[in-house]
Write a protein that binds this ligand. Structure first.
Ligand code: GDP
Ligand code: IMO
Ligand code: MG
Length: 429
């Protein structure tokens, strides 16, 4: 049965793509379960860089089946562009399947995403403008169009004709011109034509694999604190990036998950608005951004950077019932005389050791830091934990003890080769 869920343990961009590629080599199926092309997952191998937004990063392994799961929202145009680009980069790819229950993202979702953001003014979320929130709104309102309906030539025109009326009324409320039904239909019918061969009921495929003893890897997108329920609401995405999402958006139940690995950076980053207690709005934050090339894979926006927040990370370990941590970007933190980790918060004169659910309280917390000796040198050459400077090893030990979660894999650079597996026994459960 071995099954493994890989999730982002912070606010996204922890290097899930790299890990899915590394461990995907051992998987029969790689299944993405949430989000859409708000995600940007980078894989660097053999000097080539691949960027995935919708297609599971596991597709690079020719013997793997890569599934776009039912919990996802899919931009057909984006998916086709991504498929063409990936095929032009590599001829031998795995098999791609798209769930007929995944929802379709249309141009009106993208337009409404931007218009709603504009209307929020100073309270804007800082979304990726990919129409993700509006597409999930339609899903919850039970008016969305699913992939199975989209690729059915009989059904799609009537479904679109119905929904376009509603959407044009919404666009008019924002003072925008209505969308032309016929033009939209013609454009999207062409995408549907190309995508039809990939669309199937993926739940039985995943079930057969899991119950048939195959290795199945569930690829998370975004990060724990962007989760609609567990994140820093309202500064979150509209889906469930936490490990629980893997049992909603794929077709299996919680007893079928053997292991969950949480990917985290050795520091913290966040893209978009919302509280970030350990954010460094000084030269140190700027240094991490420049040195770590902390710019978004999807939007190119500069990522906000700060010290590692262990209070958040411990909460993440519990929220996702993590089997182990995957600590990335230890190389970027090299060069500081001392480094800080947040081990508590001050809130209205009291010390607390948890992340308050009320975001407006979380906005007021002041981090309490523990300062530790830093390290120097090029960590990208390290191939086993003993190669790391002793200060970096002490830092990792402190992380493990505070979170009560073992560091299972370490990453010291973007390439597949720059990875150290410390606890192979924890990977597939
Ligand atoms: P994802 O969204 O979690 O898949 O992460 P992204 O791909 O958006 O961002 C992670 C970035 O860090 C990518 O550019 C990776 O190539 C890069 N990366 C991954 N692991 C490491 C590492 O250990 N060190 C460094 N310096 N870069 C890394
Ligand atoms: P990966 O999978 C980092 C953030 C956006 C914004 C908020 C809501 O690459 O880690 P949305 O467009 O989802 O409605 O935006 O969520 N966000 C991400 N930040 N990495 C991501 O994905 C993200 N996907 C969404 O910046 O703050
Ligand atoms: Mg990313």
């Amino acid at each position: 049965m071995p099954t493994l869920v890989i999730i982002g343990a912070q606010w996204g961009d922890e290097a899930k793509g790299k890990l899915v590629d590394v461990l995907g080599a051992e998987a029969d199926l790689v299944v993405r379960y949430s989000g859409g092309n708000n995600a940007g997952h980078t894989v660097i191998t053999g000097g080539q860089e691949f960027k995935f937004h919708l297609i599971p990063a596991g597709i690079l392994h020719p013997d793997t089946t890569a599934i776009v799961g039912s919990g996802m929202v899919v931009c057909p145009k984006g998916l086709l562009e991504e498929l063409d680009r990936t095929r032009s980069q590599k001829s031998e790819l795995g098999t791609l399947l798209i769930s007929s229950a995944a929802h379709v993202v249309f141009p009106y979702h993208r337009m409404l995403d931007s218009l709603e953001e504009e209307a929020r003014g100073a309270n804007r979320i800082g979304t990726t403008s990919r129409g993700i929130g509006p597409a999930y709104q339609d899903k919850v309102a039970r008016i969305g169009i699913r992939m199975g309906e989209f690729v059915d030539p009989e059904v799609f025109p009537t479904r679109l004709a119905d929904i376009i009326q509603v959407k044009n009324r919404m666009l008019a409320m924002f003072g925008k011109e209505p969308l032309d039904f016929q033009a939209l239909l013609t454009e999207y019918q062409a995408y549907a034509e190309r995508l039809r061969p990939f669309v199937v009921d993926t739940d039985p495929v995943v079930q057969d694999a899991v119950y048939g003893g195959k290795r199945v890897l569930f690829e998370g997108a975004q990060g724990t604190f962007l989760d609609l329920d567990s994140g820093t609401y309202p500064y979150v995405t509209s889906s469930h990036p936490t490990a629980g999402g893997a049992t909603i958006g794929t077709g299996i139940g919680p007893r079928m998950i053997d292991s969950v690995l949480g990917v985290c950076k050795a520091y913290t980053t966040r893209v978009g608005s919302g509280p970030f207690p350990t954010e460094l709005l000084d030269d140190v934050g700027e240094w991490i951004r420049q040195h770590g090339k902390e710019y978004g894979t999807t939007t190119g926006r500069g990522r906000r950077c700060g010290w590692l927040d262990l209070v958040m990370l411990r909460q993440s370990c519990r929220l996702n019932s993590l089997s182990g941590l995957v600590v990335t970007r230890l190389d970027i933190l090299s060069g500081f005389e001392t480094v800080k980790v947040c081990t508590g918060y001050q809130l209205d004169g009291k010390t607390i050791d948890y992340v308050p659910a009320n975001t407006f309280e979380f906005e007021r917390v002041e981090p309490v830091y523990t300062e530790m000796p830093g390290w120097s040198g090029d960590l990208r050459v390290c191939r086993k934990p003993e190669d790391l400077p002793s200060e970096a090893r002490s830092y990792l030990k402190f992380m493990e003890e505070f979170t009560q979660t073992p560091a299972t894999i370490l990453s010291v650079g973007p390439d597949r080769a720059e990875t150290m597996v410390v606890r192979p026994d924890l990977i597939w459960g």
